[in-house]
Design a protein around this ligand. Structure first.
Ligand SMILES: NC(=O)c1ccc[n+]([C@@H]2O[C@H](COP(=O)([O-])OP(=O)(O)OC[C@H]3O[C@@H](n4cnc5c(N)ncnc54)[C@H](OP(=O)(O)O)[C@@H]3O)[C@@H](O)[C@H]2O)c1
Length: 350
């Protein structure tokens, strides 16, 4: 007998929606039972509605599924949401109000005070905010979010440093893959042979989300991390994987081998609970002087590990390094699946 929990995907035809379908194909706990997207796709079988862009084929059962309208009627109680943020702002609350657990990728509600913004390794305790959401009290529904795809790799690299040495100042410059802009995303004539030094709202999201993620929960409020932070974001002609050059000033003095040991030894609740999508090692330090690189390192830990390298002294702050993470796996669908696994392990999925 199949005891898997039925789940739905809102925005199932997009870049992140496709990753959800791929990651959930053989999931031990969840099974895709419902798909929804815009009016453009509604009523079509999935294989016709989606321009499938992943290297593995569409799972046959999903390929034949009809795309439902994006309303809660007939939807399962667990919803992975991968909608554009303007539509998410309208639809996610509607699903939560109807009693669904909405595990969202979009930025629409991430900074709302009662909505947890979670990376399970870093701040799993923040899921307690669910209990103060009005939807939870009325219908049992709620919204949990994962961060922006560039904040997530950065925060995985910063969390072990913050834990052991404290952060005073963070400066990050990103080189972000084109798949981060959805499909069809940036026009090829704009990006080939080019770097675009602007991604709308991205720098603001990185700065405020990083502080919320590394903040502390005080009753029903998150007190943001107190460090200074500056982000600069660029789009580059890479398919998958956001690379970031980071400089930090620490509160306590640290030797390079201590920082590398902090990354290498970093394990947290998802590893202790053995959540199915948790990588054995959330952060891996690469010794080679020219790594990490998206071409070689983006799939580390099945796309769930942040690869770090090039730790060296910084002439302005204390230390600088490079971090790479997979933007549609650890930065999106994989982040949400890991959040849902945490919610199930903590009894929030019934
Ligand atoms: N790509 C990444 O690396 C990444 C990383 C982290 C977070 N995110 C966030 O995840 C979300 C999805 O991103 P994406 O890259 O997958 O975008 P995308 O490829 O443009 O896909 C958008 C999805 O939303 C659906 N949609 C659009 N309008 C809708 C409506 N009115 N009602 C219902 N569904 C509608 C689309 O359906 P149709 O196909 O029918 O139009 C499609 O399934 C965004 O909020 C994005 O910021 C993306």
């Amino acid at each position: 007998m199949n005891n898997k929990l039925p789940v739905g995907i809102l925005g199932a035809t997009g870049v992140v929606g496709q990753r959800f379908i791929q990651m959930l194909e053989h999931h031990p706990w969840f099974e895709v039972a419902w798909l929804a997207a815009s009016d453009r796709s509604e009523g079509k079988v999935y294989a016709e509605a989606a321009r499938w862009r992943l290297k593995t084929p569409i799972p046959p059962a999903v390929a034949r599924m009809r795309v439902s309208p994006a309303t809660p009627d007939g939807a399962p109680k667990v919803i992975f949401a991968a909608l554009d943020s303007s539509i998410a702002a309208e639809l996610e609350p509607r699903f939560a109000e109807a009693g669904c657990a909405v595990v969202s990728n979009s930025s629409a509600l991430r900074m709302q005070a009662d909505v947890p913004l979670v990376i399970p390794e870093v701040n799993s305790g923040h899921i307690k905010l669910i209990d103060v959401q009005p939807w939870r009290k009325k219908s049992g529904g709620y919204v949990v979010t994962n961060p922006n795809c560039s904040a997530i790799g950065l925060v995985l690299a910063l969390a072990p440093i913050e834990q052991q040495f404290g952060l005073d100042t963070v400066m990050a410059v990103t080189m972000q893959a084109v798949s981060g802009a959805g499909y069809p995303g940036v026009a090829s004539l704009d990006i080939l042979g080019n770097v675009i030094p602007f991604i709308r709202n991205e720098e603001e999201k990185m700065e405020e989300e990083t502080r919320k993620l590394l903040g502390s929960l005080n009753g029903s409020k998150v007190i943001p991390g107190g460090f200074a932070m500056s982000a600069q974001c660029n789009r580059v002609a890479v398919e998958d994987g956001h690379t970031e050059s980071v400089s930090v000033r620490l509160k306590k003095k640290a030797q390079p081998e201590e920082i590398i040991a902090a990354w290498g030894g970093y394990r947290a609740e998802p590893q202790e609970l053995k959540l199915p999508s948790a990588p054995d090692r959330p952060v891996v330090y690469l010794d080679a002087s020219d790594r990490p690189q998206p071409r070689f390192d983006v799939d580390m830990g099945a796309g769930m590990t942040a690869a770090v390298g090039r730790l060296r002294p910084c002439g302005v702050l204390d230390w600088k390094f490079t971090v790479l993470s997979h933007n549609t796996i650890r930065g999106a669908a994989g982040a949400a699946v890991l959040n849902a696994e945490l919610l199930k392990a903590k009894g929030y999925l019934g």
